[in-house]
Design a protein around this ligand. Structure first.
Ligand code: ADP
Ligand code: MG
Length: 556
């Protein structure tokens, strides 16, 4: 109230506000609900989710990020978990479900501690310390994957990632393709190995079994040759890569020409024709028998190219042009006049191939290609889409491992080792933070528990056996192999993951849990006229901003 007795509004009328323990509690509940939905998908025996959109189209997947992307989640705290999945996916490409599940478990245990009177800040601090320690523990049990058996290790990493996908029955063959693809594009940069997944061209071609999925030592374009008179195949291809149009009319100088009589018209057309002939002659003289351009080729140029026996493809996307350059060791030239023999790429063969309904141009037999292609096959669009997601994860895993060089045991082994070692370490932290460290240990032990439970195994027996192996016998690589039901050495069972994925799980799950824990105020703006709620976003949250829910909230 102001001195005159009139009410004073600080927040816009209609704004909803929740503060203190209530705000935190609803945030935690919302986030946990999301985490629990993901938990049943975890691991090779996890369930799939069928997501049906507004228009009735269905996606069947157990890919954590895809599930979360498809859900139209309203609560801002729950949306933060979706951000965790996204961050995880973007940085290392796998471990999305695990990070969301861990964040949910951390929040669940935080709630109990809050009820016991431990302050949110203390829990947050304890969690951070535990995560740092956990990262050290994880690194400590890592194995160098370079040296002897490197290719096998990489294949096992890919297989472990693929094991939890709908396409897992094809994982042996697929993992071989994945490793070959990554090894082909890995390159040295300032003494470090770098893998850029953009160097892999992925084409989807439903209409055959998954096992027909193919790695091509070059580039597969979903485009056909420009003219039926051009050759359908070229051996010993010499390839011009041009970032310029083959169009006479678009000369840079004369942008406007006035033609007053037919003779002038004829002269103009003759000039045009001459220009195009010159362009095509340049291409020919460079020694090229194949031409890819990112721009257009007009009818007359097309005619001349066909007459010269040059296979030409136009409007090739920029990214594909770059991959073509890397695969064939050619140079993209921005003016035809500058083209010389030294710029040409090389490929043993270029041919058109039909995959089910689509004709692709396949640039193959490239020497030491630094860009390669995968042609994904599957019985239906849905299968190919799920294969695409699965291979994305597997390729990211192998790429991360190649860059990082360290692998850790999967099947909950790393998680159990962290749990056991954190419990031993907790007393040295002392005070109330110790309780948070112990809660962290309990939370991460939910990973092997969920893997076992999802596989229909007795999770209590499994966790007890794991604790015994890790605590009493120092078997740091023992996990639960859900394919055999056994508690065994995961390195020996070839269930392995990149260290970097595990580290990222610890980082992103802890950060999200801490952020949600620190919320003590949720202020939801009144929907603005007409524009509210688009895409399932809560009012006032368009554009991904999160007003009113930052830790210690806002200017009010
Ligand atoms: P995320 O999205 O976190 O990668 P997934 O559903 O892909 O979740 O499951 C990954 C988990 O499955 C990892 O903890 C991995 O170690 C585990 N896993 C893979 N293969 C096996 C196996 N044979 N036995 C037990 N766990 C396995
Ligand atoms: Mg996975």
């Amino acid at each position: 109230m102001d001195p005159n007795g009139a009410p004073m509004y600080i927040l816009k009328e209609g704004t909803e506000r929740e503060t203190g323990p209530a705000a935190r509690s609803t945030s935690i509940q919302a986030a946990r609900a999301i985490a629990n939905a993901v938990k049943t998908t975890l691991g090779p025996r996890g369930m799939d989710k069928m997501l049906v959109g507004d228009s009735g189209d269905a996606v069947i997947t157990n890919d954590g990020r895809t599930i979360l992307d498809e859900l139209e989640v309203e609560h801002p705290a729950a949306r933060m978990l979706i951000e965790v999945a996204r961050a995880q996916d973007e940085s290392v490409g796998d471990g999305t479900s695990t990070s969301v599940v861990l964040a949910g478990e951390l929040l669940g245990r935080a709630e109990s501690l809050l009820e016991e009177g431990v302050h949110a800040t203390v829990i947050a601090e304890g969690y951070r310390k535990a995560a740092d320690k956990a990262t050290d523990i994880l690194q400590g049990i890592g194995k160098d994957l370079n040296g002897r058996g490197r290719t096998d290790h990489l294949r096992h990493l890919a297989e472990t990632s693929l094991a939890s996908k709908a396409v897992s029955s094809a994982r042996k063959g697929l993992s071989t393709l994945v490793v070959e693809a990554i090894e082909a594009i890995a390159h040295d940069q300032g003494g470090r190995t770098i893998v850029d997944l953009d160097d892999i061209q992925v084409q989807k071609a439903p209409g055959a079994d998954i096992l027909e999925t193919e790695l091509v030592d070059g580039i597969v374009l979903d485009k056909e040759r420009l003219d039926a008179r051009m050759p359908t195949a070229v051996d010993t291809a010499r390839i011009a890569l041009i970032d310029a149009a083959f169009e006479a009319r678009k000369t840079e100088v004369e942008s406007h020409i006035e033609i007053t009589d037919p003779e002038q018209m004829e002269a103009f057309l003759a000039e045009e024709e001459k220009n195009l002939r010159t362009l095509v002659r340049h291409v020919e003289e460079s020694g090229a028998n194949v031409l890819f351009t990112s721009k257009g080729i007009d009818d007359m140029a097309q005619h001349f190219l066909a007459k010269s026996g040059i296979l030409a493809v136009r409007r090739v996307p920029k990214a594909t042009m770059e991959r073509l350059a890397k695969a064939t060791h050619g140079t993209i030239v921005s003016s035809v006049r500058d083209l010389s023999g030294a710029d040409l790429g090389a490929a043993g063969r270029i041919e058109e191939r039909r995959y089910a309904e689509t004709t692709f141009t396949v640039v193959t037999e490239c020497k030491d290609p630094k860009a390669v292609s995968l042609v994904l096959r599957g019985g239906s669009d849905q299968v190919v889409d799920e294969l695409d997601r699965a291979l994305h994860d597997a390729m990211s895993v192998v790429a991360t491992a190649v860059e990082d060089g360290l692998m850790v045991p999967g099947g909950g082994a790393s998680a159990e080792e962290i749990a056991v070692r954190l419990r031993e370490w907790a007393p040295s932290v002392g005070g109330r933070e110790q309780m948070a460290v112990e809660a962290f240990a309990d939370a991460i032990e939910e990973i092997p528990r969920a893997l076992a439970e999802n596989a229909g195994l007795d999770e209590i027996d499994i966790v007890m056996a794991l604790r015994k192996a890790h605590h009493d016998k120092g078997k740091s690589a023992y996990g639960v192999n859900v394919l055999t039901g056994k508690v065994e050495d995961m390195f020996r069972a070839h269930v392995v993951e990149p260290y970097a994925v595990g580290k990222q799980v610890l980082d992103s799950a802890t950060e999200a849990a801490v952020m949600i824990l620190r919320i003590d105020d949720v202020i939801t703006a009144k929907p603005s006229e007409g524009g509210g709620g688009a895409g399932g976003m809560p009012p006032g949250m368009g554009g991904g901003g999160m007003p009113g829910m930052m830790p210690g909230a806002g200017p009010f």
